[in-house]
Design a protein around this ligand. Structure first.
Ligand code: HEC
Length: 148
């Protein structure tokens, strides 16, 4: 009986879609998206600083990560996910969802325009880093309460 129960749980987990994961744990999901954002921006920053050789594929892949992370990102902030867990989301998000969505659109649009004209050289990396990085900062200043 225990075995059967275990098998059932495994199947349920395997069939869970990304969307239902998000519904189950929006806080963990949005933090995972943001961790990917951090890694993607980190790649661009290392190239810009010369700590990593310029690599067009890696640079443009980072832009794609940021683009897909931003697509639908604000749906990971449903009512009820203001507290609980170790969220750094500011209550302002739920007071001003339209403003929060606008900040997210800034990132989405910046990534979309770089995607349309892919990065081809180191100057392109630096320009992309500037354009993308300011959208991170501007949303964090308004809608994230950093705990440490
Ligand atoms: C639309 C607003 C918004 C934009 C744009 C945004 N962030 Fe965030 N970010 C947040 C919020 C809100 C949190 C806190 C989420 C939570 O803890 O529930 C966060 C958290 C983070 C974290 C911490 C994740 C963790 O470990 O918990 C990192 C890293 C991060 N963001 C990086 C970035 C980078 C890099 C960019 C730009 C490419 C970016 N963010 C753009 C809103 C944004």
């Amino acid at each position: 009986m225990k075995h059967l129960l275990f098998a059932g749980t495994t199947i349920a987990l395997l069939t869970a879609t990304a969307a239902s994961w998000a519904a189950m744990d929006p806080i963990a999901t949005r933090q995972a998206v943001m961790k990917d954002n951090g890694a993607a921006i980190g790649t661009l920053a290392k190239m810009a600083k010369g700590e990593m050789d310029f690599d067009a594929t890696a640079a443009n892949l980072s832009v794609r990560v940021l683009y897909s992370g931003a697509a639908g990102f604000t749906s990971l902030f449903p009512a009820g996910s203001e507290t609980g867990g170790e969220t750094e989301a500011s209550p302002k998000i739920w007071e001003d969802m339209a403003g929060f969505e606008a900040k997210n659109d800034d990132l989405l649009n910046a990534a979309a325009s770089i995607k349309a004209t892919p990065i081809a050289d180191l100057d392109g990396v630096k320009a992309a880093l500037g354009a993308l990085g300011k959208t991170c900062q501007s949303c964090h200043e308004a809608y994230r309460i950093k705990k440490n």
